[in-house]
Design a protein around this ligand. Structure first.
Ligand code: BGC
Length: 354
C-alpha cells in the first residue's frame, strides 16, 4: 500500500513537471488591426487563454492594417525572446524575410486564421473552414432566391475582401462554386460584368471602399427601389457588408425591399443590421474556439509533442501543405442568433439592441 502510494505521488510529481514545461515562457501574438471588432476579440481571447495556461504574452496589433508595423513588431518579438509566434498576417505574402529570422532561431510559427504564404517557416495553421464559409454564403443566396424552383433571372453583384488575404480565394471560391453555374446559365445576372475575384476585391476589407463601389454600381447600373431591381449582393464579410448596407440605405432601400446581403463574423454592426432587416445573414466563427485550439497547439509545441490537426490536404502556402486545424463555421440569421450568440454568452441582448 505504502509502495503504491509513493508510486502515485511520484507520477503526480512527474505530471506536474510536465504540465509546467514552458510555463512562464513568452509567446508572441500578432493581429492585423484593431479597427475591426473580430481581431480585438481574437487578440483578447488568445491573451487570456495563453495567460491562463501559464505563458507570458506579447500581443500586438499591426496599426490599421499596416504591413511595415506588423513586420517590425514581429522583429521585436523575435529579439524579445518569444518561443512561438502566432500570426494573423495583414498581407500573407509579406512576411518571408522576417520569418526567415524566426526560423533561424528555432522559433515556431503558427498561422492564425489567415495562411502565411511562400515561407517554410510556418509549422501549423489554425483557421475556420474558409471554403465552407463561402459555400454557406452561396447556398444562402441560392436557397433564398429559390434558384432551382423559379425562372428568374435575378440581378446580383459580388464583393469580396483584401487581395493580399489568402482567405478570399476560399471565401469567393466557395461562394462561386455554388453561384457560378447559375451565372453561366443566365439565371443570375451580374449586370456590372464584374465577376472576377480581382474585380470584386475590397482592399483592407474597408467599409468605406465597399460603400464607394456599391454607390458606383447603384449609379451606373441604375439599381434602386424604384429603379432596376437588385435581388442580392454577395459579400464575403461584415465590414464589407456594412459599407454595402450604407450605400443601399442611402439609395432609399428599406427593410421591406432590401436585397439579400451576406456577411461573415457576426460583428455588432452587422448583427444590428440583420435585426433591422438591412443585412440577411452572417457567418458565426466563434473566436473563443479558434483561440482555444491555437492555445492547445502552442502548448503542444512547447511541450515537444505534436499538435492535433484535422486537415493535411487543403492549404498549400507555396512551399508545401501546411498541417491545419479547421474549426467549423455556421450561418447566422435573425432566426437563430439567440441560440448561437446570446445563449452561448458571445454577446448580451443589450450589445445588439439598436
Ligand atoms: C477573416 C474574416 C475577416 C476578414 C477581415 C479574414 O481573413 O477570416 O473573418 O472578416 O479577414 O478582417
Amino acid at each position: 500500500m505504502k509502495k503504491l502510494f509513493s508510486m502515485v505521488l511520484c507520477l503526480a510529481f512527474v505530471l506536474c513537471l510536465f504540465s509546467a514545461a514552458g510555463a512562464g515562457e513568452k509567446i508572441g501574438v500578432s493581429m492585423p488591426t484593431q479597427s475591426l471588432q473580430r481581431w480585438n476579440q481574437d487578440g483578447a481571447n488568445m491573451k487570456a487563454q495563453l495567460e491562463a495556461a501559464g505563458y507570458e504574452v506579447d500581443l500586438q496589433f499591426g496599426g490599421d492594417n499596416e504591413v511595415p508595423v506588423q513586420v517590425s513588431q514581429l522583429e521585436n518579438m523575435i529579439s524579445g525572446g518569444c518561443k512561438v509566434l502566432v500570426i494573423s498576417a495583414i498581407d500573407g505574402s509579406s512576411l518571408t524575410t522576417v520569418l526567415n529570422d524566426a526560423k533561424a532561431q528555432g522559433i515556431k510559427v503558427i498561422a492564425y486564421d489567415r495562411l502565411i504564404m511562400n515561407t517554410d517557416a510556418v509549422s501549423y495553421y489554425a483557421t475556420f473552414d474558409n471554403f465552407k464559409v463561402g459555400t454557406l454564403q452561396g447556398e444562402f443566396i441560392r436557397d433564398q432566391l429559390k434558384l432551382d424552383a423559379t425562372e428568374g433571372p435575378y440581378n446580383v453583384e459580388l464583393f469580396t475582401g483584401d487581395p493580399g488575404d489568402n482567405n478570399i480565394n476560399f471565401f469567393f471560391g466557395g461562394a462561386m462554386s455554388i453561384l457560378k453555374p447559375y451565372i453561366d446559365s443566365g439565371k443570375l445576372v451580374v449586370k456590372s460584368g464584374q465577376v472576377e475575384q480581382a474585380q470584386c476585391a475590397t482592399p483592407s476589407w474597408s467599409t468605406e471602399r465597399a460603400q464607394a463601389r456599391m454607390e458606383n454600381l447603384i449609379t451606373s447600373m441604375g439599381y434602386g427601389p424604384s429603379g432596376v431591381k437588385l435581388d442580392a449582393v454577395y459579400s464575403s464579410n461584415d465590414s464589407v457588408a456594412n459599407g454595402i448596407t450604407n450605400a443601399l440605405v442611402g439609395a432609399g432601400y428599406t427593410k421591406d425591399n432590401f436585397p439579400l446581403l451576406t456577411g461573415q463574423d457576426c460583428d455588432v454592426t452587422a448583427m444590428k443590421n440583420i435585426l433591422a432587416g438591412t443585412q440577411s445573414m452572417s457567418i458565426f466563427k466563434d473566436t473563443r474556439t479558434l483561440a482555444e485550439r491555437v492555445v492547445k497547439m502552442v502548448d503542444a509545441i512547447m511541450k515537444g509533442t505534436t499538435p492535433e490537426i484535422n486537415d493535411t490536404k487543403t492549404y498549400d502556402n507555396g512551399t508545401g501543405i501546411i498541417p491545419s486545424y479547421l474549426c467549423d463555421p455556421v450561418f447566422c440569421t435573425k432566426d437563430n442568433y439567440k441560440e448561437l450568440l446570446i445563449n452561448s454568452g458571445y454577446y448580451t441582448e443589450e450589445q445588439l439592441s439598436q
